[in-house]
Every structure is written in structure tokens, then in C-alpha cells.
Design a protein around this ligand. Structure first.
Ligand SMILES: NC(=O)c1ccc[n+]([C@@H]2O[C@H](COP(=O)([O-])OP(=O)(O)OC[C@H]3O[C@@H](n4cnc5c(N)ncnc54)[C@H](OP(=O)(O)O)[C@@H]3O)[C@@H](O)[C@H]2O)c1
Length: 237
């Protein structure tokens, strides 16, 4: 299996949650890690917590110039992981859609990922990879959230499009079920239980469990254009 030892991994969204766990796991197998997120104090604290030479950069993926500046500062690297996300993505039912607000809510997860790919590809190794982050709402459809479903699917579509366009650079996405990041834990035990109790694996996943999928995709040199679901079997029920 390809190794991440000595490779440089850039994790945008690495200040917390799944991105932080990916950074930790990559460091543990000998990678050099750069983490980026929009709040300077948070990303500096994350880099310090990670240790082992991890570098933290402030980047706002809503701002194209900020994303361009990040990759210029980082220079050549091997793997890009994108886990940046905001949490205002519940767009509402069809009749009540506020289109302008809905557009703005695609800025981080979708347009942010597109910006990261656009500027990341200028510096990424030819045998490198891009891994985006989607969510199970793309596949576990619920009434009252048509654009939430659409938004979740855009991420997966972008990963596929990038895989075709940027080859031989690989591109994939991880589709997350309910993962117990701080943000999710803040939603309360009741919500977590309600969402997970009927799953084949009836609990939320840990950030470390999610991170495994990103490491797999970075190391799997013959895998591109794939969506790996880390969802406790949510897509089966
Ligand atoms: N956890 C789940 O159950 C779950 C399920 C499905 C999908 N997801 C998606 O998976 C991703 C990771 O989830 P998570 O639970 O690990 O979330 P998280 O802990 O909130 O991590 C998201 C990260 O994105 C960064 N970020 C937010 N806005 C940004 C911006 N404009 N520019 C750059 N960075 C920005 C945040 O740091 P700053 O505040 O410093 O910017 C934070 O470190 C998110 O996209 C989330 O929506 C999560």
C-alpha cells in the first residue's frame, strides 16, 4: 500500500471535528500536515494541539483570494482533504424556499470545495489526491429539505467531475453519516439517539472512525471517482 510517510497533507476544515481527526491520523503515519480554517485563534490552537510540526493557516473558503493565498503559501503538496463546513444548511421546504439565502448557504461546502480544487490543483502532486466531504442526507431523503438533499449531492457530483477532469490526480468523497464531532454533540443526546437508534450500528460514529476513510482514499492509488460512506449502515435502512 502507498504510504503517507513524508507526504504533505492539507486539511481545510482541520480546526475541529473530522478534519482535525484526519490531521491527527495523517501525522500518526508520518505525514506532514497543514490545517486551515477561517478563525485564526481556532486554527492556531488546533495546530498547537496536533504538534509534530503541523502548520496552521487562516483561510476563508468563501473568499477566492484567501484560498489562492493559502495554496501559494503552502506550495507543493500531495493530498488535499476538504472538510470545511458551516451548519446553516437546512434550507426549508419547497414552498418556503428563500432562493438567495439558499445560494449563500452553498458557499462553504460546495463553492468552497470548488475554490479549493481550483487553486489546490496548481500545487498538488500528479500522484496526489483530493478528498471532499458529503453527507448522508444526499441518500436518506427526508421531506421538507429538497435543497439540503441537492446540496449534499453537489459535493459528490463535484468529486466525480474532478476525478474525470484532473486525472491522473485522484478525486473522491467521503459521505458522512452522523459523526460525533463537537458540533453534533452540541445538538444533544436526544437528537443523536433519534437519528441513530435504528441503524445497523446504532450509535453515532467517532471522528476517528470517519478519518479512516480519508486515509484509505489518500493511500489507495488505484481508487478515483468514488464515494465512501461512513454511516453505520444508514443507507441500508
Ligand atoms: N459531523 C457530522 O455528522 C456530519 C454529517 C454530514 C456531513 N458533515 C459535514 O462534514 C464536514 C465536517 O464536519 P464536522 O462535524 O467535523 O464539522 P466541524 O467540526 O464544524 O468542522 C468544520 C470546519 O470547517 C471550518 N470552516 C467553517 N467555515 C469555514 C470557512 N468559511 N473557511 C474555512 N474553514 C471553515 C471550521 O473552522 P473555523 O470555524 O475556524 O472556520 C471547522 O474546523 C462539514 O462540512 C459537515 O457539514 C458532517
Amino acid at each position: 500500500m502507498a504510504t503517507l510517510e513524508g507526504k504533505t497533507v492539507v486539511v481545510i476544515g482541520g480546526a475541529s471535528g473530522v478534519g482535525f481527526a484526519v490531521a491527527e491520523a495523517a501525522l500518526a503515519v508520518g505525514a506532514q500536515v497543514v490545517v486551515g480554517s477561517s478563525q485564526t485563534a481556532r486554527i492556531e490552537a488546533a495546530a498547537a494541539r496536533l504538534g509534530r510540526g503541523a502548520k496552521g493557516y487562516t483561510v476563508d473558503v468563501k473568499d477566492e483570494a484567501s484560498v489562492a493565498a493559502l495554496f501559494e503559501a503552502v506550495g507543493a503538496f500531495d493530498h488535499l482533504v476538504f472538510t470545511a463546513g458551516d451548519w446553516g444548511h437546512m434550507f426549508g421546504a419547497t414552498r418556503d424556499l428563500d432562493i438567495e439565502t439558499s445560494k449563500a448557504r452553498m458557499e462553504v461546502r460546495f463553492w468552497g470545495a470548488a475554490r479549493a480544487a481550483k487553486y489546490g490543483v496548481r500545487q498538488i502532486a500528479k500522484d496526489g489526491s483530493i478528498t471532499l466531504t458529503g453527507g448522508m442526507l444526499a441518500h436518506r431523503l427526508m421531506p421538507g429539505m429538497p435543497l439540503t438533499v441537492a446540496s449534499a449531492n453537489t459535493t459528490e457530483g463535484l468529486a466525480l467531475g474532478l476525478a474525470r477532469d484532473l486525472a491522473p490526480i485522484r478525486a473522491n468523497a467521503v459521505c458522512l453519516g452522523l459523526i460525533l464531532s463537537e458540533q453534533v454533540q452540541n445538538m444533544g443526546e436526544g437528537m443523536v439517539k433519534a437519528y441513530t437508534q435504528n441503524l445497523p450500528i446504532p450509535r453515532g460514529g467517532t471522528c476517528e472512525e470517519a478519518a479512516e476513510a480519508y486515509l484509505y482514499l489518500m493511500r489507495s492509488t488505484y481508487v478515483t471517482g468514488q464515494i465512501v460512506r461512513v454511516d453505520g449502515g444508514a443507507s441500508l435502512v
